[in-house]
Design a protein around this ligand. Structure first.
Ligand SMILES: Cc1ncc(COP(=O)(O)O)c(C=O)c1O
Length: 451
């Protein structure tokens, strides 16, 4: 389909120049950064063309770059900041806690309270352990599943991102080869990983039957995050649950994004399916580094060295530290007291979907919105994607993603990434913000399709 890409190369040049004009200090810093940080950045996903804006401040739903440009932010600290940048309650508790101890390296009461706050909302997490990141929490959840079942294979979803753990960093990005996605990761690491397409029940059944003797766990995000903000449908999740019972493997929900984002009860509540283990991160840390995993006592008790001689190991210097715990408890309490914010996030999602449908009609470009409440995916695809393959393979113009991202930057709207358009709003995002992103989208698409 050539037509929808008509003016894209010309507009990429035009708006690159405009971006460069307003971000000269970022450009300067980028030159320096390249000499000390590979590619001048700290994480590949944070890269932008021709260089990233270097951010120096965040307040509510806005961030400010080193040139003084203020952007409406739809990335919100990788989705961790549902309470906005520099939320006063979080800032206050961090200051208070810092004065009495950021890190004891001993047990402390806040870890107990933090675990209770999570369990109140995720009752299937009967026992919980903390980590410093979502990646780490997934490492332990998989380890636990293998220890509990005595089996090796893990089923994951195509396009599912669980962090860069060896066995899970496969089939995340197209062309979905099944090979490890980074040099340095041995093929041996992923030979026990089996991949299934999201919402494809026959694929799920087939792969589980083929490997039934040796499946330790099926891990899935209730809504694909990095894979485009595509929700699992309830039938798929119910079938996953049924098959995991049937073949004695554990169902793991990776709720690192969905936890406390698509509702207080996250993906478990959304899908109405109980996993054996849940993995959390992002929001539970109140903006500080965090992760957690938890689930059925019978499984989690394998971590109990007092009862189980050959117990599963988990630990780490900063795990469950009091600073993150204090921020995390405050964030969760805030969300519990103000749970109507999820309805607001739902309204923002519906508004954007409705308006994007109108833009699609006006411009003649197929555009689809996926996701739910706090996760909004926008796709320039020939059909509404229901899995990651469709997110990537049904695109009619790759460069539109780059152009929209670049254009939005010139109009003071920021989100990651240039290759996928997903938005993670916070409690501070308003319908006016949504109007702005929609009108900006309308303008760039009108310009790109004008003959
Ligand atoms: C669903 C999911 N799981 C795991 C991770 C990894 O978490 P972290 O980046 O905290 O290691 C991410 C990160 O974006 C994620 O989206």
């Amino acid at each position: 389909m050539g037509q929808p890409c008509l003016n894209t190369p010309r507009l990429l040049n035009k708006y690159t120049r405009i971006y460069e004009e307003k971000t000269s200090k970022s450009r300067e810093l980028y030159e320096k950064a390249k000499s000390i940080l590979p590619a001048g950045i700290t994480y590949k996903i944070r890269d932008f063309h021709p260089y990233p804006p270097y951010i120096i401040r965040g307040i509510k739903q806005k961030v400010v770059d080193i040139d003084g440009n203020e952007y409406t932010d739809y990335w919100m600290g990788h989705g961790a900041l549902i309470l906005g940048h520099s939320n006063p309650e979080i800032v206050k508790i961090i200051k208070l806690q810092a004065e009495i101890g950021t890190h004891f390296g001993y047990e402390h009461p806040l870890a107990v309270k933090w675990a209770e706050s999570i369990k109140r909302n995720y009752p299937t997490m009967e026992l919980i352990r903390f980590t410093n990141s979502g990646t780490e929490a997934n490492v332990y959840a998989i380890r636990l599943a293998r220890a509990y079942t005595g089996k090796k294979k893990i089923i994951k979803i195509q396009g599912g991102w669980h962090g860069s753990y060896n066995g899970l960093h496969v089939n995340v990005h197209p062309p979905f080869t099944g090979k490890p996605e980074s040099p340095g990761m041995l093929e041996e690491f992923s030979k026990y990983t089996v991949t299934v397409e999201l919402n494809n029940i026959s694929d799920l059944k087939g792969k589980i039957r083929e490997n039934k003797e040796d499946i330790a766990a099926l891990i899935m995000e209730p809504v694909l995050g990095a894979g485009g903000g595509v929700p699992a449908n309830r039938e798929f999740a119910e079938e996953a649950r049924r098959l995991c019972y049937k073949y004695n493997c554990l169902l793991i929900f990776d709720e690192v994004i969905t936890g406390f984002r698509i509702g207080l009860g996250g993906g478990r509540e959304y899908l109405r399916v109980d996993p054996d283990l849940s993995v959390m991160g992002k929001i539970i840390g109140g903006g500080l580094p965090a992760g957690a995993f938890g689930g059925r006592s019978e499984v989690m008790k394998l971590l109990n060295h007092r009862e189980v001689e050959k117990h599963v190991f988990q630990g780490g210097t900063f795990t469950g530290n009091p600073l993150t715990a204090a921020a995390g408890i405050t964030a969760i309490n805030y969300l519990e007291r103000n749970h109507s914010i999820y309805d607001r996030l739902g309204e923002i999602h519906s508004y954007i979907e409705k308006e994007v449908n109108k833009i699609s009609e006006e411009t003649g470009l197929p555009i689809y919105v996926t996701g739910t409440r706090g996760i909004i995916g926008i796709h320039f695809t020939s059909k509404k994607p229901i899995n990651a393959r469709e997110v990537f393979e049904s695109r009619y113009c790759e460069d539109i993603y780059r152009l929209v991202n670049l254009y939005m930057r010139t109009k003071n709207v920021l989100y990651i990434s240039e290759s996928i358009m997903h938005l993670l709003p916070s409690i501070y995002h308003t319908i006016e913000d949504a109007e702005k992103i929609v009108s900006t989208l309308r303008n760039v698409l009108s310009e790109s399709t004008a003959s």
